[in-house]
Design a binder for this molecule. Structure first.
Ligand code: DGY
Length: 319
């Protein structure tokens, strides 16, 4: 008999499971679609630990059904699905996985950015479909050198993106709730959100999702951007008003969007955004490399085990 019962609301990498197996009886939701709410509420009834995934709301309702719960751990940096106050009020520590995925997510951000501005994916489509006839009838893009990148939400991922942009000869401006104070060292310039939207040739959103950032990019914000500007979202889909983005793209208020996250997620196959040519969308793969996902899984497992043993969690959000 193992001492702890742990519910995993989605599949976890072997790197994490091996760390749990010895001491934990695991109940794992292994399907590709999200675990039904009723089932997760049933499963947590006798759980000591919850290995959560982003599609499961961890709130009063769930925590009320889990009287034995000692810890909630999630292998992600964002945790907009978790009601932190609800965990804290019950003395339940919650941990995410900061510090292990910033460079990888910055790589993906820059990959999307390059693919969009040089229309790499469109070129590949043209070649693959046999429609490449000559060197003029090909997708033309935009130079990065000398352009301005605007980063909304300059945390660790933002800094890693800024370094990549500077290596490409770009200027970097950023907006944040508050000024960082290390602009000189990072060689970046602080701007208000409005100024950033007006000045940037490429706007990248990297803010966490919470009540103040939900719908941050709407009709008004897209109208402030240059008609030639590219918009990139690698944060959370709901930071953007999807209808407003669709209209900005169809009315050519902005040139192009490159998205790793959408609202809803996944987008239904008949969603109007998918019919546009000036869009590229990846399936929320910011941290999806073998190395990084393994680091995230191991850190999340360490947090979970610490919580089960009622020790301090390595990366606790609410302790
Ligand atoms: C994160 O770590 O928050 C990524 O977006 C994966 O959910």
């Amino acid at each position: 008999m193992k001492p702890f019962k742990v519910v995993c609301t989605g599949t976890q990498l072997p790197a994490a499971l091996q760390m749990l197996e010895q001491e934990c009886e695991l109940k794992i939701w292994e399907h590709a679609y999200p675990i039904p709410r009723d089932l997760v509420l049933e499963w947590v009834a006798d759980a000591d630990g919850l290995f959560a995934t982003g599609s499961v709301r961890v709130d009063d309702e769930l925590l009320d059904k889990a009287p034995k719960l000692k810890v909630v751990s999630q292998a992600s940096v964002g945790y907009d699905n978790v009601d932190i106050a609800a965990c804290t009020s019950r003395g339940i520590p919650f941990s995410n996985t900061p510090g292990v995925l910033e460079e990888t997510t910055a790589d993906l951000t820059f990959g999307l950015l390059l693919s969009a501005v040089r229309r790499i994916h469109e070129g590949w489509e043209q070649v693959r479909s046999g429609n490449w006839k000559n060197n003029f009838d090909v997708p033309f893009g935009m130079d990065l050198f000398g352009k301005t990148l605007g980063i909304i939400g300059m945390g660790k991922i933002g800094v890693a993106v800024a370094k990549r942009a500077q290596a490409f000869g770009m200027q970097v401006i950023y907006s944040n709730r508050s000024r960082r104070g290390d602009e000189e060292q990072l060689q970046v310039t602080y701007a208000s959100l409005d100024d950033l939207l007006r000045q940037a040739d490429i706007v990248v959103v990297l803010v966490p999702l919470h009540e103040q950032t939900r719908g941050l990019m709407g009709t008004e914000q897209f109208r402030k951007m240059k008609p030639s500007a590219y918009f990139i979202n690698v944060a959370r889909g709901a930071v953007v008003d999807t209808d407003a983005l669709y209209h900005a793209l169809t009315k050519r208020e902005i040139a192009y969007a490159a998205l790793d996250v959408t609202d809803p997620e996944p987008l239904p196959a008949d969603h109007p955004l998918l019919g546009l040519r000036n869009v590229i969308i990846t399936p929320h793969v910011g941290s999806a490399t073998y190395e990084t996902r393994s680091r995230m899984a191991r850190l999340a497992a360490r947090n979970l085990m610490a919580g089960l043993h009622q020790k301090a969690l390595p990366t606790c959000v609410n302790q």
